[in-house]
Ligand binder design. Structure first.
Ligand code: MG
Ligand code: MG
Ligand code: MG
Length: 308
């Protein structure tokens, strides 16, 4: 059968976007829909590659854009500026997401599952339960990996009891030591050495827009903030280029220490003062330390969004 319904997560895909797309395809097949196919909107990062290698599975196919009328299923995002080129004219059949709803509109009715959980895969885990489908080992590891990634092993303030329950059960099904596997997976994602500064600022960047202000919040995970800060001058050059190219008002680059749960942010752009107000900080050398801040969704974005 022709695979004509495409399933994908956001651009600059993270582990949740990739793994949830693959799991959603499996789920839709268990639900009797055989013509679905997981695809991706960007490069596989090293953390996600660790998961794919562990399971010995291929990455979903890369797509650049969709044609008018293409049937699609979105996971792990809804905002059009984080989605595929052509999304405005695609036919969105369903969305499964755990983010705010913004910059989103459809011409036709659709299924929309939004839950304020720590991870899309936690929502999919519940779908398995609701539909009475058995979770196999591969699916369990894919969903566990998503939850570990999005919640930083349940340490992020985005974590809910539903994520905890899901990860516990998925750990049992998968038969792996979640703590050990999770730490290795997260650490694989902190190997930033062979990325250029331009690649680093795009690795996990979200394009946002409000009141005519265009801004980006990008994030990288590390176990050693100072090793990334050694590259600050070149990072700033790359960020300033991006600001010029895309007419941005603000660029926030968060370097997140996943072991100690803090972030150092580099902030550039004409609206930088908004970030100072949002966190009651003074930027020095365009940067500041944010103690206890690890989540873009729950900490960085809402505070900035309120004031921009
Ligand atoms: Mg994501
Ligand atoms: Mg997610
Ligand atoms: Mg993320």
């Amino acid at each position: 059968m022709e695979e004509n319904i495409l399933i994908f997560g956001h651009k600059n895909p993270d582990t949740d976007s990739i793994c949830s797309s693959i799991v959603k395809e499996i789920l839709s097949k268990k639900n009797g829909k055989n013509n679905t196919k997981a695809v991706r909107l960007g490069n596989i990062n090293k953390e996600t590659q660790y998961v794919l290698d562990y399971l010995k599975i291929e990455a979903p196919e890369l797509i650049e854009k969709v044609e008018e009328g293409q049937e699609v299923i979105l996971v792990d995002h809804n905002e059009f500026n984080q989605s595929v080129e052509g999304i405005e004219k695609a036919k969105i059949l369903s969305v499964t997401d755990h983010h705010r709803i913004a910059n989103f509109e459809t011409a036709e009715p659709l299924y929309y599952i939004a839950k304020p959980y720590g991870c899309t895969s936690t929502i999919l885990f519940q779908e398995f339960k609701e539909k009475g489908h058995e979770i196999e080992k591969k699916e369990a590891i894919l969903m566990a990996s998503s939850i570990i990634s999005d919640t930083l092993l349940l340490k992020s303030p985005t974590t809910t009891k539903y994520d905890e329950e899901a990860l516990e059960e998925l750990g049992i099904i998968s038969g792996i030591n979640i703590e050990k596997y999770g730490l290795e997976m997260l650490k694989a994602g902190t190997d930033l050495d062979d990325f250029t500064e331009e690649e680093l600022i795009n690795l996990d960047a979200k394009n946002l827009e409000k009141n005519g202000n265009k801004f980006v919040i990008a994030q990288v995970n590390t176990v050693d903030i100072s090793s990334v800060l050694k590259r600050q001058k070149k990072l700033e050059e790359a960020i300033n280029n991006k600001i010029k190219q895309n007419n941005l008002d603000l660029f926030v680059f968060a370097i997140t220490d996943i072991l100690n749960s803090n972030s150092e942010i580099i902030v550039l752009g004409s609206k930088s003062n908004i970030v100072e107000k949002a966190f009651d900080i003074t930027l020095e050398d365009s940067r500041a330390f944010l103690k206890g801040v690890v989540s873009r969704k729950k900490q960085l974005l809402p505070n900035i969004d309120k004031l921009i």
